[in-house]
Design a binder for this molecule. Structure first.
Ligand SMILES: Nc1ncnc2c1ncn2[C@@H]1O[C@H](COP(=O)(O)OP(=O)(O)OP(=O)(O)O)[C@@H](O)[C@H]1O
Ligand SMILES: [Mg+2]
Length: 686
């Protein structure tokens, strides 16, 4: 269509005009100031000139006047496009210069395009400059506009100042080098520093160490991380006080989009941050308290479970032993006083008693494990190897719909624990994970060395070296109430008959007994991670067992003397009957002191002490120690589920010492006793 020369010192304004003219199909030339416009007009002969009025250097009036003076350009129609002059102000002088139209910068695109069309139709005035009055009229018009502009500037500055001085936020106006030329009173208040000291570089004390580091290259290379982001920093200010400040720095750009300075807004949010910190502290304390309560509840439960299980074992031992005596009596008399049929009926009843007792014994064993009072054979273990074995075991049984992965630390420290127990824990966790993922998912084993644990629930762990084993699944997870109760014995959410609620309880007992921690991290729908923390051991891995296992050997120790200490009368009778039945000579005492007194009165060799571990007044460990002072050759065999009180700090039994777990059968007792006696034959008498 037509070629239009757009003259404006502001790139943004030229851009707007160009967009409109482009849409009207015009070809646009641009000039940023009058001199450039004159030479372009001369060389390119535009069809129309669209020019701003108030411009540095040659203004719009001067431009049109010079165009008119040159015969080459005199006839080009000129339109004023002004943000500063109103039509009535510019009209007289514009008319004198032969300007066809004065458009406001707020004119719509249609208005602009129709004004251009109008000018192209030759309807625009192209009057030659009018006589000598122009210079005077031009100066008056420009002067009047400047006065008006200065007044507007003063008013705007006063408004800005009122706003900045009353602002509740600290404000800094800085140049492109970050040197402040203005700071508001609030900033002085926040920083307790006089405004004069904050000017120039002074205000930069409010920047954090990181921010100042980022500013090493100066404000002209301000990294984007510092711009436009509100950052909350704890800053030491003058007078030793520390405040939380948020600092927001924004660049100020000129019309060419170059950064000419910065505005920084600095707010003191100490009160808010302190309130947040108080809230966080209260929340941490609440969680700590909740954990303490869970731990206290579990602690009393473990004591109760351990105590009940111990007493139950004694009773079960009696029930099972008498069951066995009945069986033997019936077998002996079958065919004589009893018919075979009668004997069979009694034996089948006795079998029922035996089976029920064994089930009960299994249950009490689990309760003892939860109570951390199980008999353990601890050894120095490489947990990675153990996990490898467990993975081999479960991969076939856990189901193809569960993907099993692991990330094991190759430099994992060792632990001192029972490999069978830790294996059992890992199996319990894997089964729980499988049950939580009926539709499939993934099960992940991870090991790592840690020292204390900086975050989360394990924050209470004392600062020592730990081995962490984490088992993670992507199952249905647990709500907080379940997490709190999951380690209690008999707590289960599974349908009747599908879960006894003892898996995590026994795992908890095992880990606690090994000096560790079991921590559940789970949310509904987000899977579960069970972290096991075990104290690290720096000993080499032990491949031999710590406690000699009882192996039945058929050597005849009959005739040897056994000192028995057992406070449960019924069980003492049972043991005496079993031992005398096997040909031993028995000295039976109902407590530790009585046993020592009996030993003192006995002139002959005592080959072995068979003692309960937990007894009133004096425990089995003390009885054994005192007896062995007087009779170093005597063997010791403990009967208990309670191993802990007779173990050394490393969790080991003294040499020549063994344990038979209650409830035991006659064969188990006799075999273990036999094995103990054959390992450590008594060397001396009394
Ligand atoms: N990985 C897990 N994801 C979701 N819930 C779990 C997970 N592990 C345990 N739970 C929840 O904790 C409860 C107690 O677990 P625990 O292993 O002690 O008992 P159980 O699995 O129900 O029965 P048992 O292990 O004696 O067969 C479970 O019933 C279940 O609600
Ligand atoms: Mg379970």
């Amino acid at each position: 269509m037509a070629t239009v020369l757009v003259v404006d010192d502001r790139a943004a304004h030229r851009e707007i005009a160009r967009a409109t003219l482009d849409s009207g199909g015009h070809h646009v030339l641009e000039a940023a100031e009058g001199r450039q416009a004159l030479s372009l007009a001369k060389s390119s002969h535009p069809d129309v000139v669209l020019t701003d009025v108030l411009m540095p250097g040659i203004d719009g009036y001067q431009l049109v006047r010079e165009l008119r003076e040159d015969p080459d350009t005199a006839a080009i129609p000129v339109l004023f496009f002004s943000a500063n002059y109103r039509e009535d102000e510019a009209r007289p002088l514009a008319a004198a210069c032969g300007v066809s139209r004065i458009l406001s910068k707020e004119a719509s695109p249609q208005e602009l395009l129709s004004a251009i069309a109008h000018a192209l139709n030759g309807q625009a005035a192209t009057v030659a400059p009018g006589g000598t009055g122009f210079e005077v009229q031009h100066a008056e018009t420009v002067n009047a506009k400047l006065v008006e502009k200065v007044q507007a500037l003063d008013e705007s500055e006063a408004r800005f100042l009122a706003m900045a001085e009353a602002a509740p936020t600290g404000i800094v106006i800085a140049d492109a080098d970050g040197l402040a030329s203005y700071v508001n009173p609030r900033l002085s208040e926040i920083t307790q520093t006089a405004a004069a000291e904050l000017l120039g570089r002074g205000w930069q004390h409010c920047l954090s160490h990181d921010q100042r580091q980022a500013l090493q290259a100066g404000f002209r290379c301000l990294p984007p991380s510092l711009l436009g982001q509100r950052r909350c920093e704890r800053l030491p200010l003058r007078g030793g006080q520390t405040r939380w400040l948020t600092i927001l720095i924004r660049p100020v750009r000129n019309s060419e989009l170059a950064v000419t300075g910065y505005v920084a807004m600095i707010d003191d949010v100490t009160a808010v941050e302190e309130a947040n910190e108080r809230r966080r502290c209260a929340e941490r304390e609440r969680q700590d308290e909740e954990r303490r309560q869970v731990a206290a509840r579990l602690d009393s439960l473990t004591r109760m479970a351990g105590g009940v299980a111990h007493d139950f074992n004694n009773l079960l031992n009696i029930v099972m032993s008498f069951g066995q005596f009945v069986r033997e009596a019936v077998e002996d008399t079958a065919g004589a006083q009893l018919t075979q049929a009668q004997a069979q009926a009694i034996l089948s009843d006795v079998d029922q008693i035996h089976r029920a007792s064994q089930r009960a014994a299994h249950l009490t064993h689990q309760l003892l494990t939860f109570g951390g009072r199980d008999t353990v054979e601890r050894a120095v273990l490489d947990v990675n190897v153990l996990i490898g074995e467990v993975l081999g075991m479960i991969s076939g049984t856990i189901g193809e719909h569960v993907a099993i992965t692991s990330r094991l630390d190759p430099h994992l420290r060792h632990v001192l624990a029972s490999s069978s127990q830790i294996g059992q824990v890992l199996l319990n966790l894997a089964v729980n994970a499988r049950d939580a993922m009926p539709d499939g998912g993934s099960l992940h084993f991870e090991t790592a060395n840690t020292c204390g644990e900086p975050a989360g629930q394990a924050a209470d762990l004392p600062g020592r070296d730990w081995v962490r084993i984490s088992v993670t699944d992507t199952g249905h997870g647990m709500p907080p109430a379940t997490v709190q109760q999951a380690m209690e014995p008999f707590f289960t959410t599974k349908p009747l008959g599908q879960g006894a609620g003892l898996g995590l309880a026994t795992s908890y007992g095992i880990i606690k007994q090994a000096g560790g921690e079991l921590i559940i991290d789970s949310l509904p729908g987000r899977g579960a991670t069970i972290h096991l923390y075990l104290p690290a051991s720096y000993q080499p891995v032990d491949t031999s067992g710590q406690v000699a296992s009882a192996s039945a050997s058929a050597s005849a120790s009959a005739g040897q003397t056994i000192l028995v200490a057992e406070d449960e009368d019924g069980l003492r009778d049972v043991i005496t009957r079993m031992l005398t039945g096997a040909g031993y000579h028995v000295l039976a005492a109902s407590n530790g002191q009585e046993a020592l007194a009996m030993a003192g009165r006995h002139d002959d060799v005592i080959h072995a002490l068979l003692t309960d571990v937990v007894m009133p007044a004096m425990n089995g460990g003390d009885v054994a120690r005192q007896l062995r002072q007087a009779r170093p050759g005597a063997c010791v065999l403990y009967m208990s589920g309670y191993a802990a009180p007779v173990m050394t700090e490393q969790g080991l039994l003294d040499p020549g010492v063994a344990i038979v777990n209650k409830p035991f059968t006659r064969d188990e007792l006799l075999n273990t006793l036999e094995a103990t006696l054959s390992r450590q034959p008594p060397r001396e008498k009394l």
